[in-house]
Design a protein around this ligand. Structure first.
Ligand code: S3P
Length: 190
């Protein structure tokens, strides 16, 4: 690889509330890489919030549009990417993301995921939690359903329970520096 070639994408995956967006934007700043949040891009392109999209076009259509954004993001290198928690349910998305990047799973115990999400906006932006009498149990169920898919796709997992976003970002970088081709020489030295 040329020294000028961009590194592979650093892709953050995991359940809602895992910190993908917060940690991803922090990593983007630290590495001076563009940060792409595929959910935020989708909202921008369609001019509608995710929760509204679930209501207006339904989850099936949302997933198709999400896959388009994910593949669009995976077409370039040298980025930090965060994908929505359900993006890896489409095996094609996993193939595309792994083609140009390395996937890191951010995890946390359901109680902490629920606390983070509820403290953000009471869960209003998470349609999969809508109507859930007990968000923690709903998150525990989603985690059990998806665990195997997340673990198979990711090259590395970080338990973020009880950690600050800074600590998680430090752990991501400590791992990334050891992965051939993920960071450029300049990024690895910084
Ligand atoms: C979803 C996670 C959300 C968003 C949508 C569906 C999921 O993204 O894409 O509400 O299926 O887990 P975040 O993980 O960024 O909250």
């Amino acid at each position: 690889m040329s020294v000028l070639a961009p590194g592979r994408n650093l892709v953050l995956v995991g359940l809602m509330g895992a910190g993908k967006t917060t940690v991803g934007s922090m990593l983007g700043r630290r590495l001076q890489r563009p940060f792409v949040d595929t959910d935020a891009e989708l909202e921008q392109v369609l001019g509608s919030r995710i929760a509204e999209l679930f209501d207006t076009i339904g989850e099936r259509r949302f997933r198709a549009l999400e896959s388009e954004r994910v593949r669009h993001a995976a077409a370039l290198r040298g980025q930090v990417i965060a994908v929505g928690g359900g993006a890896l349910l489409d095996p094609g998305n996993v193939t595309h993301l792994r083609g140009t990047g390395d996937l890191i799973l951010l995890d946390a115990v359901p109680a902490e995921l629920a606390t983070r999400i509820l403290s953000e906006d009471g869960g209003a932006s998470r349609p999969l939690l809508a109507g859930a009498a007990d968000p923690e149990s709903r998150l525990a169920a989603l985690r059990a359903q998806r665990e195997e898919i997340y673990e198979a796709a990711a090259s590395h997992a970080i338990d973020t329970t009880g950690k600050t976003p800074e600590q998680v970002a430090d752990e991501v970088l400590a791992w990334a520096v050891l992965v051939p081709g993920l960071l450029t020489r300049d990024e690895a030295r910084a």
